[in-house]
Design a protein around this ligand. Structure first.
Ligand SMILES: Nc1ncnc2c1ncn2[C@@H]1O[C@H](COP(=O)(O)OP(=O)(O)O)[C@@H](O)[C@H]1O
Ligand code: SF4
Ligand SMILES: [Mg+2]
Length: 344
């Protein structure tokens, strides 16, 4: 298999964290207008993402987890500027990209790429693989012959047979189609790839192969990933750090190992208690935390801590005061938690 070097890749971040972040997100918010009812009346606006902040270093993978509807995809789409944020800021490589126009974004697009959940529906069925993978290159002004050669190299890189370059998406399995989606995302040697549930639509047997491929590509190409998943088990494999979202907010963020070993937020604890353990004896012993009900609507979030109606530890204070994301006194210094009563 070929190993492609990044065209203008960054140096990996030094381990001491002294490099400036590749991506800096501050108080990022996305509010969608409320849906119209049958009578034409507009519902309350939906605050899909509600003031989130985090940094991502070059070459780092941040896992983004939380139940369906908590704002993961909206966050991902803002990061690659498929959506323009309502407020807050996104800095990429030191440059504020929050409200850049489409024209001003064009030269940056090559560095901001996305892999989608359903490979087949995200690939144009009427285009050949050659066309699909080379399209981002043609947009960047590559000559057709060079783009085709690069597409064939990328197919090899992601474990596809380059001779299949003139086939159409329906001729590939789900796992192979996702490899095409990954090849397309890598065509322009991006520095950030947002992968939005890239394995959720695939057979379990294929999921590990795609996760392994993405990990290898990150090592070889020095990419930074935001890896979105609705459960914590897939994210465990790939992430350096993990952010847990609930109703548009980050409720806990920290380095993966410590977060999995010692979750501080009751919501993280509940999500983790649902992840099956490989050791059957440990699986029998462990305590499951069942969350009551579904997440509330982001159009009408509960006051105070928005998790309080479902939280096994809720106190009266939780109903009135929204907890800020901070380093918990008793928790690890590398962890931030939004809870009045974190820990055990
Ligand atoms: N284009 C849109 N218009 C209106 N509401 C939206 C739009 N996109 C997402 N939402 C709403 O925003 C919330 C977060 O959605 P999303 O980011 O897709 O969550 P997730 O990816 O975590 O499942 C949901 O309530 C969803 O219905
Ligand atoms: S602030 Fe209160 S309701 Fe919210 S997670 Fe912490 S204990 Fe639960
Ligand atoms: Mg989503």
């Amino acid at each position: 298999m070929t190993t492609l070097k990044p065209a203008a890749g960054p140096a990996p971040a030094p381990a001491d964290g002294s490099a400036p972040p590749l991506v800096s997100v501050r108080d990022l918010t996305m509010t969608f207008p409320g849906k119209r009812s049958a009578t034409g009346r507009r519902g309350a606006p939906v605050r899909a993402v509600d003031g989130i902040s985090f940094d991502l270093a070059a070459g780092e993978t941040l896992g983004l987890v939380g139940e369906s509807g908590c704002g993961k995809s909206t966050t991902g789409r803002m990061l690659v500027r498929l959506l323009e944020p309502t407020s807050g800021s996104i800095t990429f490589d030191g440059r504020d990209v929050t409200h850049l126009s489409q024209g001003a974004l064009r030269p940056l697009r090559r560095h901001l790429q996305m892999v989608f959940q359903d490979p087949h529906s995200s690939l144009n069925p009427r285009q050949t693989v050659a066309r699909i993978i080379s399209d981002p290159l043609l947009v960047q002004g590559w000559a057709a012959g060079d783009a085709r050669r690069r597409a064939a190299e990328l197919m090899d890189l992601v474990g596809l047979i380059p001779e299949h370059i003139d086939r159409y998406p329906h001729e590939f399995s789900g796992g192979q189609a996702q490899r095409i989606g990954i090849a397309r995302s890598l065509a322009t040697s991006p520095r950030l790839v947002v992968a939005d549930e890239p394995v959720s639509a695939l057979d379990v047997s294929v999921q590990a192969q795609i996760v392994n491929l993405m990990e290898r590509l990150r090592r070889e190409l020095g990419l930074a990933y935001v890896f979105i998943a609705h459960d914590l088990s897939v994210v465990k494999r790939v992430s350096d750090r993990v952010a847990v979202m609930y109703l548009g907010r980050i409720v806990e963020i920290g380095d993966k190992k410590s977060l999995y070993e010692d979750p501080q937020h009751p919501y993280t604890r509940a999500l983790l208690s649902a992840v099956p353990l490989p050791d059957p004896a440990a699986e029998r012993r462990r305590e499951r935390i069942t969350l009551l009900g579904d997440p509330p609507s982001p159009a009408a979030p509960p006051p105070g801590c928005s998790f309080h109606p479902r939280c096994p530890k809720a106190q009266p204070l939780c109903k009135t005061e929204r907890p800020a994301l901070t380093v918990a006194a008793a928790g690890p210094a590398t962890r931030e938690v939004a809870c009045h009563f974190p820990g055990d």
